[in-house]
Design a protein around this ligand. Structure first.
Ligand code: ZN
Ligand code: ZN
Length: 235
């Protein structure tokens, strides 16, 4: 109750404004949100992603540990970039994870699929220091909302980032693969055994991080590991 009063007062004194058009009321207004183009197809994991006729991945990606990727929108879309930047870097507004989760669920609607309630959501972990500096892990925040909406359980702190890596942003593809190698570990393999896992993150770039996580999850006994992101750099 107290929190509700505090939030109400904060809204009166500092009204939320749409990050895109400035309209008062929310961090992202409905009009601006509806202009984000949701990806209506499934694409492979590869760099020049191919549209898939059946689930999964193409022949070239057959050896990848990741079973496939569900990505809601393009990271080239300015409004999506705005949401991600304000969530992670500029103002670090945790609530923006709501909008990114909304995009993911809208994508599932478009492709007429559902996230099964008996699957497990695993957010891509941040190194502890990085999480402390930001105050939250954006992947975790997105996963929490998807878990609440779909009934799928969420696994926190079992897949861990055991090494602090350089931010992938400044590295090329090969450097990214090297940088992230053996950066993750599983504490309790039992939780992942025979599970269908959705690995959650905000943006899929080269996929090096997700591939490395998928490797660990499969080593722990997961039967399938699918990527789940709000945006993708390459389409
Ligand atoms: Zn707006
Ligand atoms: Zn492929």
């Amino acid at each position: 109750m107290l929190k509700a009063v505090k939030n109400f007062l904060l809204d009166v004194i500092f009204p939320k404004k749409c990050l895109n058009c400035g309209r008062e009321g929310a961090y992202f207004c409905e009009d601006c949100l509806s202009l984000i183009e949701i990806n209506p197809f499934e694409y492979c994991l590869c760099e020049k992603p191919q549209k898939l006729m059946s689930t999964g991945k193409c022949w070239f990606c057959r050896d990848r540990k990741l079973n496939g990727l569900y990505s809601a929108a393009s990271f080239k879309e300015r409004r999506v970039k705005l949401l991600v930047h304000h969530l992670k870097y500029l103002n670090q507004i945790k609530e923006l994870a709501d909008y990114l989760s909304f995009l993911i669920l809208a994508h599932f609607n478009f492709i007429t699929k559902e996230i099964p309630s008996d699957s497990l959501l695993v957010p891509v972990p941040l190194f502890i220091k990085r999480k402390k500096a930001r105050g939250f892990n954006q992947a975790e925040e997105i996963a929490k909302i998807i878990s609440a909406k779909t009934g799928a359980k969420i696994s926190l702190d079992n897949l861990k980032r055991i090494r602090n890596t350089q931010p992938q942003v400044k590295l090329n593809k090969m450097e990214r693969i090297e940088n992230i190698k053996n950066a993750f570990a599983v504490s309790n393999a039992e939780e992942f055994k025979k599970k269908i896992i959705f690995l959650v993150d905000d943006v899929y770039t080269t996929g090096a991080t997700m591939e490395e996580c998928a490797k660990e999850l499969k080593r722990a006994g997961a039967s399938e590991v699918w990527g789940l992101t709000a945006a993708r750099e390459t389409n």
